[in-house]
Design a binder for this molecule. Structure first.
Ligand code: OGA
Ligand code: NI
Length: 410
């Protein structure tokens, strides 16, 4: 085999790979690092090619394998390149350069929501849900110090010693409180550059005493934050209900004794951010999400077929429509695909609050939004529990979990 030759892959599967000018490269889909002898170019270059890998006999497959770390937070501090189990195939990499900035994502001032501007704000919110699926809110009523304390205890949690953090580790998605990594390591083929602490937080008294006890003010600050975010979610759901022409209490009533989950996402700096994701493209499975991000960019949404960054604006939250709202609104409002990319210099924290229907509540398009034969119901009835299980079992794939519950056109 000479340099540049397409060589034979001993694994008998096509893999995308690249090499810098040398003998050692990595396979896009490989589990271990694979040593091979063809010469290529860095990812993204116009001459990049798909080659096939060969493992020379006698080579040590584990020579460049990733250090044995459970959490990416700890891995990131010891590696200078991204281990191969994090590397996406060439066709599925972030392509960080051509991303647009979402200057036109609606920014809604909630100041007047309970005053004389109520109906114009409701209309504004409705338009944002319909055309963008994402919007920003300011004057949302959550004090700055509550938000800053939330971000501080999240940061302090991820800086605890590895042994302390690992006490909360679990890869079982049904657990109400757990620290984990990537998305769902049981189902995914490629890992993501993210650790996360997932907390159920409503009813608060059922969970707060199970939350991490360190840093010492963690429970107090997170409890304060999530109580206030719940109030904001309830106000937004009333406004969204009204914007659909429904009674303001309709959504809150139809989802039963709702759940509130939070994720504290921690994305450590990544040595090669163009090879992997913090979170690959997905829609949120819940009703609405209220996202707090620190001052480091990373969130992108798919808009008109293009990845568009929503960069941080101080004192605002990002609100997005989840899959259940899309069903309830019979597709008037869209659950939009979004993702998180990482960068090589700064850690990033984002804290989504997922407002969820009760597990047993029946989800279906609101009868007022169904009108045979002009606007038939687009989804079958299901319980949120069924949906939740399906979502976690399939992993994050770009074909939407919603399609499993969509009715065939008649
Ligand atoms: C999520 C999510 C985006 C971000 O956790 O579902 O979309 O910016 N996070 O971290
Ligand atoms: Ni999301």
């Amino acid at each position: 085999m000479s340099d540049g030759d397409v060589s034979e892959c001993v694994r008998n599967d096509d893999v995308s790979c690249w090499v810098s000018n040398g003998d050692i490269g990595r396979c896009g889909l490989g589990k271990g690092e694979i040593i091979y002898k063809s010469r290529g170019t860095p990812p993204g270059s116009p001459t990049e090619k798909t080659c096939r890998c060969v493992v020379p006999s006698g080579s040590n497959m584990n020579a460049l394998a990733s250090p044995n770390k459970v959490l990416v937070t700890d891995l990131a501090s010891v590696v200078k390149s991204v281990p191969s189990n994090f590397i996406r195939p060439i066709s599925d990499r972030p392509n960080l350069t051509p991303v647009l900035r979402a200057s036109s994502i609606p920014l809604i001032d909630l100041q007047g929501l309970d005053g004389p501007h109520h109906s114009s704000l409701v209309q504004h919110i409705g338009e944002a849900c319909k055309s963008d699926g994402f919007f920003l809110v300011k004057n949302h009523g959550i004090p700055e110090n509550v938000v800053n304390n939330m971000l501080r205890v999240a940061r302090e949690f991820f800086r605890l010693p590895e042994s302390e953090r690992l006490k909360d580790y679990s890869d079982d998605p049904s657990k109400a409180i757990r620290l984990s990594t990537s998305f769902n390591i049981k189902t995914e083929k490629v890992a993501n550059w993210r650790d996360f602490l997932r907390l159920h937080c409503y009813p608060l008294e059922d969970y707060v005493n199970e939350w991490p006890a360190f840093p010492p003010d963690f429970r107090k600050e997170v409890a304060e934050y999530c109580t206030r975010v719940r109030r904001l979610a309830l106000r937004l759901l009333e406004a969204i209900s009204e914007s659909l022409g429904l009674d303001s209490g309709y959504i809150n009533k139809s989802v039963g004794e709702h759940g509130q989950h939070m994720a504290l996402n921690y994305y450590p700096p990544c040595p090669e951010p163009d090879l992997t994701y913090g979170l690959p493209g997905h829609t949120d499975h819940n009703l609405i999400t209220i996202l707090l991000q620190d001052d480091v960019p990373g969130l992108q949404i798919l808009r008109n077929g293009q990845w568009t960054a929503i960069n941080p604006i101080p004192n605002t939250f990002i609100v997005n429509i989840g899959d259940q709202m899309q069903v309830l609104s019979n597709d008037r409002y869209k659950s939009v695909i979004h993702r998180a990319v990482v960068n090589c210099s700064k850690e990033r924290i984002s804290i989504p609050t997922f407002y969820c229907p009760a597990p047993q509540s029946l989800i279906a398009p609101a009868p007022e939004l169904v009108d045979h034969p002009h606007k038939p119901a687009l989804y079958t009835k299901f319980t949120y529990n069924e949906y939740y299980r399906e979502f976690w079992n399939r992993g994050l794939t770009t074909n939407n979990c919603l399609d499993l519950f969509r009715l065939a056109p008649t």
